[in-house]
Structures are given as C-alpha cells and as structure tokens.
Design a protein around this ligand. Structure first.
Ligand SMILES: CC(C)(COP(=O)(O)OP(=O)(O)OC[C@H]1O[C@@H](n2cnc3c(N)ncnc32)[C@H](O)[C@@H]1OP(=O)(O)O)[C@@H](O)C(=O)NCCC(=O)NCCS
Length: 297
C-alpha cells in the first residue's frame, strides 16, 4: 500500500475505539458529515465491540477519514453466516479526492477477507462507489399482511423506555438471546444498531410482551409498521396485534415474515439507501427480503 499517511502528514490508526479521544474524533467526523450523533451510544454501553475501524487522523488529533467493518452474523435460509457490515465511511471535504477512502476500504476488505467472512453487507446512497469492489444491489420488499382475526391476548404489553435502566437491561438481554426474526434473512445478533436506531427515531415504540419479546413498531393511526421482534421466540402476528391493542387498516412488515404465521403480499421498498452485498454466501440470498430497519447501519 502506498504511504498515504506519510504523504499527507496524517496518522493511520486501526482498532482505535479503546482511545476515548480517537472515538470522539470519529463521533465528530460523523456529526460533521451526516449530522448524526453516534456518541449517544455511550449511554448504552459504547460502540459495537466487534467494530474494526480504520481511520486517518491529522496532527491535531482530528479524524479526517474513516471506514469501519463490524461483525454482523446473519441467518440466511436457515444457515448461520459469518457476515461483515461496513459503516461510518466518510472523508472530510478538504481531504477528499486523494485516495484516502479507497485506501481505507481496501484495508477493511483485506481484513474481513483474511478473517474468513462469507458475506459483506453495506447500505449506501452511492452504489457506484462499491460496484467496482464486487458489491451488487439487493432489491428489498415490504410485506403487506392481511389483518389476522383478532384473538384474545393473554400477554401483558408494556411500553419500554431506553432511559429506564430496567427496560434497557431487558431489551439488551432479549437482543443477546434472540431468535433471528426470520430464518430466511435476518441478523442473528446486533445490539448497538438496534438501540441507536430506536434512539434516533422517536416515533419508534418498543413494547415488551411478557418478558419474552420486545416489539419495535410505529403506527400513524391507520398503518402499522412492524419493524422488528427481538425475542427468545417470535410470536405470531395474530398474537402481536391484540397485545399492542391496535386494529390498523394496513399492516407493513419490514422484515421477512416467515416466523409470523401470516399471509402477505409484496411491495418494492424504496429506501433512501440501497442494500448491497458480495461474497460467497451472497448467492444464497433468494426471494424477497428486507433488512429490518432496526438493523440498519
Ligand atoms: C464518498 C467519500 C467517502 C469519498 O472519499 P474520497 O477520499 O474523496 O474518495 P477517494 O479519493 O479515495 O476515491 C475512491 C474512489 O471513489 C470514487 N468516488 C468518490 N466519490 C464518489 C461518489 N460520490 N460516487 C461514486 N464514486 C465516488 C472515486 O472516483 C474513486 O474511484 P477510483 O478508486 O476508481 O479512482 C467522500 O466524498 C465523503 O465523505 N462523502 C460524504 C459521505 C459519504 O457519502 N460517505 C459514503 C457513505 S456510503
């Protein structure tokens, strides 16, 4: 690899999240680039411990460029897949077009390939940037469900708050011990993004039904969006709706609904970003899929 750090008076660092100042440097880079504050993760236990950040820092300790890989095990057609996600890709405007991003991507891809990851996943609004590295776009679909016959529910539903320590503990326990929400296409374990996505979007409600599952959902009075279910078992849709005590006109399920025991039709999902994949397990992904918005990264 060419010595980009030497050429530009920068310092290359990897796996630097143990250094609070360097972590703060990345938080600032992402705040300035995307107007998001990933520093809120500090309230929930910090960033994903599987993160493999690659970054360039200037003489003042500012992070000027970063690209991170992280471990995101996936369940795909009943098989557990060793998958990597890529995120936090940004270069400060005054440092762009000098090959810093190309260099960081290459380092991250070399690392995950050496570590035997079978699948690479990313979300982007710039697919052309990644096509040259063998990524292809996976179309996503939302699943429109017929309202099931209302059933009497014995579940006690309870609204959870990320700010209540007991609630946060329950959510984390369920995320750690969860059954993947789908056997066809779902994350096996991903805690940090679930918490961050819930925190970023105040419309998302987190409701515990019993102590066995937390439902992530939104409802505008007519349409119900079922975003994720983190539980040791996945309750059926006909159990979830009465527990939440809603009777929506329209039900949109934002993940593969094979464990929900319901009839669905498909609609293309038009998101702001595209889901891209590559790797030897990429061809195992068949049929309509959607990555839960709670796993978005
Ligand atoms: C996109 C971004 C990371 C590129 O950083 P950079 O350091 O200027 O990129 P590099 O100089 O290393 O160029 C890498 C390659 O990407 C290409 N590229 C750069 N910006 C691109 C864009 N917007 N769309 C498509 N390709 C792009 C370059 O042409 C170059 O191609 P090459 O390897 O064939 O020569 C930077 O512009 C940025 O931070 N943008 C805002 C945040 C963002 O969009 N991040 C990516 C989120 S998925």
């Amino acid at each position: 690899m060419t010595d980009l750090a030497g050429q530009h008076g920068l310092t290359f660092r990897q796996d630097y999240f143990g250094d609070p100042l360097a972590w703060k440097g990345l938080v600032d880079l992402l705040q300035d680039t995307f107007s998001i504050d990933v520093g809120v993760q500090d309230q929930f236990g910090g960033p994903d411990p599987s993160s493999m950040p690659f970054g360039y820092f200037d003489a003042d300790g500012r992070c000027v460029a970063n690209f991170s890989a992280f471990s995101m095990p996936m369940m795909i057609n009943g098989r557990a897949i060793k998958a990597a996600g890529y995120q936090s890709g940004a270069v400060r405007p005054e440092w762009r077009e000098r090959g810093l991003y190309r260099d960081l991507m290459q380092r991250a891809f070399d690392r995950t390939s050496a570590e035997g990851y079978e699948l690479d996943l990313l979300l982007t609004d710039k697919p052309a940037l990644y096509e040259r590295y063998g990524f292809r776009t996976l179309p996503q679909h939302v699943f429109i469900a017929q309202a099931p016959k209302p059933q009497k529910s014995d579940w006690t539903a309870r609204q959870l708050s990320l700010e209540a320590p007991d609630d946060l503990r329950l959510i984390k326990t369920l995320l750690q011990g969860r059954q993947p929400v789908s056997a066809r296409f779902a994350v096996i374990r991903q805690m940090e993004m679930f918490l961050l996505n819930a925190c970023f979007n105040p419309a998302i409600r987190l409701t515990a039904i019993g102590d066995e599952a937390v439902i992530a959902w939104t409802f505008d009075g007519a349409t119900f969006w079922l975003l994720d279910v983190a539980g040791t078992a996945i309750p059926s849709l006909s159990t979830i709706l009465p527990a939440l005590d809603i009777e929506p006109d329209r039900i949109e399920i934002c993940f593969c609904p094979d464990r929900l025991d319901c009839e669905v039709s498909l609609e293309p999902y038009e998101g702001y970003t595209m889901l891209m994949v590559r790797g030897k397990a990429a061809d195992d992904i068949v049929g309509p899929i959607m990555l839960s918005p709670m796993a978005e990264f």
